[in-house]
Design a protein around this ligand. Structure first.
Ligand SMILES: CC(C)(COP(=O)(O)OP(=O)(O)OC[C@H]1O[C@@H](n2cnc3c(N)ncnc32)[C@H](O)[C@@H]1OP(=O)(O)O)[C@@H](O)C(=O)NCCC(=O)NCCS
Length: 205
């Protein structure tokens, strides 16, 4: 998983692939630090298992670089969720979210599996569901770079609204400007409502 995150950071920072192993080492340290903060934070992992019957051709094409096996199971993506300020390792980037509110970060999907099975969307839904279980707060925050318009539109469709936008001054720090976005999560009185909330949203990814 550290490798998946490191590859994605290198991609976002436009770094050459030779930096991935150094980044991987740093990400590993970070993940060890995060483990000490459980249960104030969680890292979710998505696995992709090849379905033998359905859409075989499309899958064969995608997975041709993966070794020929009857069953393929891949680490497909990951996301981090902090439920409160005790779950935060380092201060989140600007614009800063409210200190004690649930915060979703580092959503990454393996390159090979992007735009394929809505894996980011599923990771996001799983994060929201977990927030409803683990936090009394009923909102979730996340950052999205202004240049990432496609994921941003998906967040908007999923119910996220812009709360703050980075000032142009962050460009002086050689950073991309980001939106801080927030979604009001439903107040649930029992767990069966949670199932209804999730299945209703599946209609509008
Ligand atoms: C951004 C990222 C997580 C998307 O993962 P993904 O599994 O491909 O996303 P999904 O398939 O769940 O996308 C859901 C919807 O979001 C939109 N979307 C997401 N990525 C898109 C892209 N690159 N181009 C166009 N639309 C996109 C589409 O509407 C898509 O639905 P559709 O495929 O039915 O049209 C992935 O590209 C990634 O890991 N990028 C590098 C890390 C990163 O940028 N993370 C931060 C995101 S703010």
């Amino acid at each position: 998983m550290a490798w998946l995150l490191a590859e994605s950071f290198a991609e976002l920072m436009l770094l050459p692939s030779r930096y991935v192993s150094v980044l991987g080492y740093l990400v590993k340290q970070y993940l060890f630090e995060k483990m000490e903060l459980l249960p104030n934070t969680a890292t979710l992992i998505a696995f992709y298992k090849r379905r033998k019957e359905e859409g075989k051709e499309e899958e064969e094409e995608r997975l041709e670089e993966v070794e020929e096996e009857d069953e393929v199971e891949l680490l497909a993506g990951t996301v981090e969720v902090c439920f409160n300020k005790k779950g935060v390792v380092a201060s989140p980037p600007t614009p800063t979210p409210p200190k004690n509110s649930p915060y979703v970060s580092n959503i990454v999907v393996k390159k090979l599996l992007r735009r394929f099975r809505g894996i980011e969307w599923h990771l996001l839904k799983a994060s929201e569901e977990l927030i409803l279980h683990m936090s009394s707060s009923r909102e979730g925050y996340l950052h999205c770079r202004m240049i990432d318009t496609a994921p941003f539109n998906m967040y908007k469709k999923s119910g996220y609204d812009i709360v703050k936008i980075d000032t142009i001054l962050v460009l002086l720090l050689l950073q991309r400007r980001k939106h801080l976005i927030c979604k009001k999560l439903p107040v649930l009185t029992n767990f069966s409502e949670l199932d209804t909330f999730c299945s209703q949203e599946e209609l509008t990814p």
